[in-house]
Design a protein around this ligand. Structure first.
Ligand SMILES: Nc1ncnc2c1ncn2[C@@H]1O[C@H](COP(=O)(O)OP(=O)(O)OP(=O)(O)O)[C@@H](O)[C@H]1O
Ligand SMILES: [Mg+2]
Length: 460
């Protein structure tokens, strides 16, 4: 987080699992979290406290989360609102953004995505608050990415990363999801000459065209309905620092040509404005598509790719750099459970190497995290989690939709195990906290490979 003062967060969701997972995650990050399961309860909270950030579900038994937007905006000038919507459609999204929310995610959603979105929103809040963006100093410690991997293939990449950090050239990063593109971009920024200046990331595929345009280039008051005040764009806010254009190959084509113009002239004009402002921003970009294919398909402009691609860094999938597996495991074990001395069980690295890791390094980290919840002694056996998955979750070649449902199941598993461990492995207490029946809990735990005491044992 950017600011050491705790941020106040409101989480509104009627689904207890999801709500608790988010509350856990953000409390652990230092947020002061309030939760509500319905509109009325949330309204009471909002009257009592101004929030810095609100995560709203839009479909609640007693109404629509969006109906709280005026209350939120009225109670705090700087509140950022993130909508978590289960019924995404383009029209709904546009409608929602017009109502004053700042960003939205479609459910099912990964916790990691929510975390990113929150980070992004707060980043902008901080930046908007300072008149002189140059005065901005991030608390960098938490953001300084430690790039792990010294195997043969990754050593090459590491040289490129070092080089990218020592020059100001544009960087284009490719690789499958979870290979570390965003992570590497940040690492380059924080190792570079302009580390003290802002790093701002924006997902170019997440918002409709008109909104990314305003987001990137800014808008003058009255430029469009809803533009109540003049708004600086990210190019201006990132002045002197880095602007990271994530999923750039999925940016609407018309905006791609506008972006190309900006990169060529190094100047921008806000929507509805006349003034041309020169900007000095280092641009990095990433995509998990194959740029050549996207260009052939006509969805990614070739000339834009050439402009962005001065230093190209391709991050290979984890299954193609298995010589880093042991080091990555050790890194995640020591960072996720600092001060403990867990180790991988014998032969674990070899067993893990049999897996395809469709979610790459991110998935490995999640596996290790889950394994730490489950651990029973000083030795960890993450491969059991990988290969003991229920039959309906194949471990390779998943279609994206199936993949999403796997992740939701992962969230559930992590959460159940966390509560179970936190409550001293007490079944009754865990079932109560989770508001599920004892038999359901038992079934789930068995599914995850956890031995549970017998029903008539001291626990049940
Ligand atoms: N080389 C690395 N060393 C240490 N951790 C890493 C490394 N690469 C990735 N990670 C971890 O994996 C996580 C996922 O990486 P990241 O979010 O950068 O992936 P991505 O390629 O941007 O994925 P997506 O395409 O889904 O946005 C990071 O948060 C980080 O914890
Ligand atoms: Mg990313």
């Amino acid at each position: 987080m950017l600011n050491s003062a705790p941020k106040r967060m409101l989480i509104l969701d009627d689904e207890p699992f999801f709500r608790e997972v988010l509350a856990d995650v953000f409390s652990a990050q230092g947020f002061t979290v309030s939760i509500a399961s319905g509109i009325e309860a949330a309204r009471v909270l909002i009257r009592r406290t101004p929030f810095d950030i609100a995560l709203l579900d839009n479909h609640l038994p007693d109404g629509d989360g969006l109906s709280l937007v005026p209350d939120l905006l009225g109670s705090s000038e700087s509140v950022k609102i993130l909508l978590l919507t289960a019924f995404p459609s383009y029209e709904n999204a546009v409608q929602a953004l017009k109502s004053g929310i700042h960003d939205y995610l479609s459910k099912p959603v990964e916790v990691e995505e929510v975390r990113h979105a929150v980070e992004r929103l707060l980043h902008t809040t901080e930046l908007e608050k300072v008149e002189e963006v140059q005065k901005f100093h991030a608390h960098r410690e938490s953001e300084t990415a430690l790039i792990v991997g010294s195997g043969e293939r990754f050593s090459e990449i590491r040289r490129l990363i070092d080089r990218a950090a020592s020059v100001d050239a544009r960087v284009f990063i490719t690789g499958e999801t979870g290979t570390g593109k965003s992570y590497v971009a940040k690492a380059i920024h924080y190792a570079s000459r302009i580390a003290e200046k802002p790093f701002i990331g924006v997902n170019c595929a997440a918002l409709p065209e008109s909104l990314i345009e305003a987001e990137l280039f800014g808008a003058e008051k009255g430029a469009y309905t809803g533009a109540h005040a003049t708004r600086k764009g990210l190019f201006e806010l990132a002045e002197g620092g880095t602007l990271f254009l994530d999923e750039v190959a999925e940016m609407p084509l018309q905006l791609q040509s506008k972006l190309l113009g900006v990169l060529e002239d190094r100047s921008i004009r806000r929507i509805g404005g006349d003034v041309i402002r020169s900007v000095s921003v280092r641009v990095m970009a990433a995509t998990n598509l194959d740029p050549a294919q996207a260009i052939d398909a006509g969805t990614f402009r070739r000339d834009l790719f050439y402009r962005l691609n001065v230093i190209l860094i391709h991050l290979p999938p984890l299954r193609e750099r298995l010589d880093d597996l042991a080091e990555l495991c050790r890194h995640f074990i020591s960072t996720l459970a600092p001060g403990h001395h867990f180790e991988l069980g014998r032969g674990e690295v070899e067993r893990l190497a049999q897996y395809t890791f469709p979610g790459n390094v991110r998935e490995l980290r999640n596996i290790i995290e889950r394994c730490l919840f489950l651990q029973d002694g000083p030795e960890l056996f993450p491969s059991r989690l990988v290969f003991n998955q229920p039959a309906n979750t194949p471990t390779s070649n998943r279609a994206p939709n199936e993949n999403e449902s796997v992740r939701l199941a992962d969230i559930e598993r992590t959460h159940i195990l966390r509560i179970f461990e936190k409550g001293g492995r007490n079944l009754t207490a865990t079932a109560q906290t989770l508001d599920i029946s004892l038999s359901t809990l038992r079934r789930k735990l068995t599914e995850y490979g956890v031995r549970t005491p017998l029903p008539n044992g001291p626990d049940a």
